[in-house]
Design a protein around this ligand. Sequence first.
Ligand SMILES: *Cc1c(COP(=O)(O)O)cnc(C)c1O
Length: 455
Amino acid sequence: MRYISTRGETQPLSFQDAVITGLAPDGGLLLPETIPDVSARLDEWRDLGFVDLALEILPLYIDDIPRETLEELVRAAYGTFSHPEVVPLIPVGDVNVMELFHGPTLAFKDVALQLLGQLFEYILSRRGEHLNILGATSGDTGSAAIYGVHGLPEIDIFVMFPDGRVSELQELQMTTVADANVHCLAVQGSFDDCQNLMKTLFADLPFKNTYRLGAVNSVNWARVLAQIVYYCYASLKFSARPPATFFVPTGNFGNVFAGYLAKRMGFPIQRLVLATNENDILSVFFNTGVYQRGDVRFTVTPAMDIQVASNFERYLYYRLGEDSERLRRFMDDFSSTGRAALGSSARDEDFAAMAVDAKDTLSVIRRTYESHGYLLDPHTAVGLAAAEQVSATGPKICLATAHPAKFPEAVNKAVGADVAHHETLEALRGLPTRRTVIPANLDAVRDFLASHARR
Ligand SMILES: *Cc1c(COP(=O)(O)O)cnc(C)c1O
């Protein structure tokens, strides 16, 4: 399988090169040249566990790592999960909650980043190369990326996060990791500022090459790929008729885009429902066809406080008929005016979208705890609120993106009691921390990399 850029000006890449490259050199995002159709094989895969199913799906997209090696990497990645099923499905009322938070940092990003860490290590050690990973995080990506690569000899990781805008626990999960290859940067700005700094540095090709910068943000194809697997797994757990509808708490469009690919591969998926918080740019787009930037609002679901969704371009590429010219015009309009619109009708049968405000989010947490004794994190609650309001003919599956103990203030407030705990997190308190505060400008990040990155 080869990988092409949405912007159409990059020579097709192998899987390994796609993983190391992250963002394509032409500024686009990488996608597989074709999407395999597996509809004829679904019955034989129905009873597989998560890891065994991953070992069927991943080789369809990875043809430059020997099968036995890939199996070792996948088993190592998911061996760090504390639940025997890795991603268990829990019935909560008439919705099935898929718990994606049993990895080391208790958020769904571990599903992708534990595998990405293994892939990086394998590729770099074979090539005898070193990589400086630069990432931006609104909280969960940073710690999940750090836990994916800490202590690896071929990698340094630099994580920018908005100072004071990630929860105390999220910050502790990053800054308590003692390995010398981990560098935490508290940026005096918003998550969008961090993400823009990162994008600008990756677009500066001489700089990117000098410092051998690699990406772990959801622009990295391997992350999307790892996430495809749990949609496949969940959709096969139910009888295919009528197919399942997924409710996905959405920020960067990375998670839900993986579901879109699973559907295109032929897995029994009726629809993907995007659930956003008050930062509703995606929900407005799917309801009107207008993609318009607003100001970032800070909510009880900080991992979704995003206006410009980095993975949306991958979807747009398909939506615009795999036409890189049209895509580039759309993105240019958007970056110069903050607005772009689809000329044709806005509806896409594969998707529905709704925005959920903080009041409804907290009330869903309270009601779900009272009626079912099940504790939701606020992000998952946004998904469940959508599942309560959007009808579906088949089973409803809501993706649980974090353990409630990662967001104790909101959860305890909603329930009115001190209920959100996890031993992994309690153990962080009192550990020594390391971080560097820098202003939200390019020179500051460049200087830090110049003095700390290995060449
Ligand atoms: C990252 C994250 C999201 C949003 O995922 P995207 O792939 O950016 O849409 C939702 N919930 C939690 C807890 C997260 O960490």
